[in-house]
Design a protein around this ligand. Structure first.
Ligand SMILES: *[C@@H]1O[C@H](CO)[C@@H](O)[C@H](O)[C@H]1NC(C)=O
Ligand SMILES: *[C@@H]1O[C@H](CO)[C@@H](O)[C@H](O)[C@H]1NC(C)=O
Ligand SMILES: *[C@@H]1O[C@H](CO)[C@@H](O)[C@H](O)[C@H]1NC(C)=O
Ligand SMILES: *[C@@H]1O[C@H](CO)[C@@H](O)[C@H](O)[C@H]1NC(C)=O
Ligand SMILES: *[C@@H]1O[C@H](CO)[C@@H](O)[C@H](O)[C@H]1NC(C)=O
Ligand SMILES: *[C@@H]1O[C@H](CO)[C@@H](O)[C@H](O)[C@H]1NC(C)=O
Ligand SMILES: *[C@@H]1O[C@H](CO)[C@@H](O)[C@H](O)[C@H]1NC(C)=O
Ligand SMILES: *[C@@H]1O[C@H](CO)[C@@H](O)[C@H](O)[C@H]1NC(C)=O
Ligand SMILES: *[C@@H]1O[C@H](CO)[C@@H](O)[C@H](O)[C@H]1NC(C)=O
Ligand SMILES: *[C@@H]1O[C@H](CO)[C@@H](O)[C@H](O)[C@H]1NC(C)=O
Ligand SMILES: *[C@@H]1O[C@H](CO)[C@@H](O)[C@H](O)[C@H]1NC(C)=O
Length: 386
């Protein structure tokens, strides 16, 4: 106990959090998955509630104080009317709530530049999922939701699976594996992995549709930051952040951040990168498929007092057919509370620039890193990255 307290103290001093993971709290079964990640800081608590009941989704609830707790009424949650089945107590301690829902996976071929041929959509709320309990690692703070279509007439998933891998963090740092995302203790990572599924076309592209739920008074924006090449994610120049901003004071409340790349390998290397494109943000009146945990927490107000936005993230490029060849696709995103981490130039790049340009020039360049705002319909097409 003393050691635990000491550890908590050390973590807090370092801007960290103490993190616990709990599977299906308050229920004995494993036919459905709910993973509660509780991250306690010096005087606030972040609750991440991941679930594959309905479409795979995560709720992020931020509370004041260090003693807020999750309450799940399982009878109600597994009923057709789950509204109110998930609560955080005390209710008055909640300062902010949001949700991210992974709704659909699209597969299409580009017959030519103009024409896209779509195959039947994979609706993720119709998938069946393995028990997450077996994959839980309380040391590494990781867990994995692995599933496939409940009915698979084309047989594409007979050797394949789709997975959402979750990682929670106690401190700030940078992932060792590509795309080397920078994280803080206020964030968690989700990795979308399509492995072994047979493409239904000759040169299939895949797209993941992601929806977010925000309270009234919060506006979502899709931002694109361009940077120069660096050693952390070689050849990748773009980082997207889907941020939730308070409408009255423009403060950033939460974010979903990703680099414009996916990888075609379990041990990703630079040459395995698969181009990742982002569609425009479909704001405000997107309709959400039934996702039980979102309904269970937000209630019927979803769609009236809450706004739902969605974006398509597509994988594929002119660089050939990495998925067809490797049968593996992995894309990572960071979800968190507050400001998204901002990458600075790596020490190597700065030192190269310092030699090439001289130090004063470098300070000027570093200080004026360009941030482009990509919002709404203005933002539809990107030039391919060379
Ligand atoms: C869990 O389920 C098993 C078998 O169904 C039962 O024996 C056990 O009492 C249950 N435990 C709790 C805590 O409900
Ligand atoms: C989860 O796994 C642990 C240990 O592996 C086991 O004790 C527990 O009963 C499992 N929980 C459920 C709900 O299956
Ligand atoms: C949270 O902690 C900080 C410093 O530890 C303190 O300044 C602040 O007043 C605290 N906030 C609350 C709501 O207790
Ligand atoms: C759980 O929900 C059911 C159905 O709505 C209700 O009858 C029951 O009283 C609830 N249980 C608790 C502990 O609130
Ligand atoms: C959990 O993760 C740790 C650290 O990454 C690793 O050493 C350990 O083998 C993992 N445990 C299991 C059961 O996979
Ligand atoms: C599944 O794998 C087996 C053995 O590796 C192979 O024979 C079969 O063709 C594969 N099926 C599909 C649909 O890819
Ligand atoms: C994490 O959240 C806490 C509490 O809201 C805040 O004080 C801290 O600055 C945040 N840390 C980072 C790295 O954003
Ligand atoms: C795939 O390519 C082959 C040979 O190029 C062609 O015959 C076939 O019609 C293509 N299939 C589809 C679904 O485009
Ligand atoms: C901003 O909006 C929140 C509710 O979302 C409200 O409580 C707060 O008073 C507002 N702040 C200002 C400065 O208007
Ligand atoms: C919803 O979107 C449609 C088309 O994008 C638009 O015509 C309609 O006015 C929108 N409704 C609301 C309530 O914003
Ligand atoms: C994603 O793409 C599919 C297929 O083109 C389209 O039906 C859907 O509306 C798109 N969703 C968003 C949020 O743009």
């Amino acid at each position: 106990m003393r050691q635990l307290l000491l550890l908590a103290g050390l973590l807090a001093a370092a801007g960290g959090r103490e993190v616990w993971m709990q599977y299906n709290p308050g229920w004995n079964g494993s036919s459905v998955n709910l993973l509660h990640v509780r991250a306690v800081g010096p005087n606030d608590t972040l609750h991440y509630i991941w679930s594959s009941i309905g479409a795979p989704a995560v709720l992020l609830v931020v509370t004041e104080g260090t003693s807020s707790a999750l309450h799940v009424n399982w009878t109600q949650l597994l009923s057709p009317t789950p509204d109110g089945a998930i609560r955080i107590e005390p209710a008055g301690s909640v300062v902010y709530s949001t949700a991210v829902v992974f709704t659909k996976v699209f597969e299409y071929s580009k017959a030519n530049v103009q024409e896209e041929v779509f195959y039947p959509t994979y609706d993720l709320s119709d998938f069946s999922w393995d028990s997450v309990n077996r994959t839980l690692n309380h040391t590494a703070l990781t867990a994995e939701f692995v599933g496939g279509p409940a009915t698979d007439p084309s047989g594409s998933f007979s050797n394949g699976s789709l997975a959402f891998r979750v990682t929670a963090y106690e401190t700030s740092g940078r992932d060792e594996t590509l795309p080397s995302l920078l994280h803080t203790a206020n964030s968690s990572k989700v990795e979308f992995v399509l492995a072994g599924a047979a493409p239904r076309g000759n040169s299939s592209w895949f797209a993941l549709e992601v929806a977010t739920v925000e309270e009234a008074g919060v506006v979502q924006r899709l931002r694109l930051a361009r940077s120069i090449d660096d050693e952390y994610t070689p050849t990748i120049f773009e980082t997207f952040s889907l941020v939730a901003e308070s409408r009255n004071d423009s403060s950033t409340l939460s974010f979903l951040q990703w680099k414009a790349t996916a990888y075609g390998s379990q041990a990703p290397k630079r040459e395995d990168s698969i181009q990742c494109h982002s569609g425009s943000l479909k704001a405000a009146n997107w309709t959400l498929p039934r996702s039980s945990i979102v309904l269970a927490y937000f209630g019927e107000g979803v769609g009236s007092t809450y706004t739902i936005s969605a974006v398509n993230i597509s994988f594929g490029g002119e660089d050939g057919n990495i998925y067809e060849e490797k049968r593996y696709l992995s894309w990572s995103a960071l979800l968190g509370f507050g400001q998204p981490p901002k990458d600075t130039f790596s020490p190597l790049v700065i030192s190269i620039m310092a030699v090439a340009l001289g130090t004063p020039m470098v300070l000027l360049v570093v200080g004026s890193c360009v941030v482009l705002f990509a919002q709404g319909k203005r933002y539809t097409e990107y030039e391919p990255i060379n």
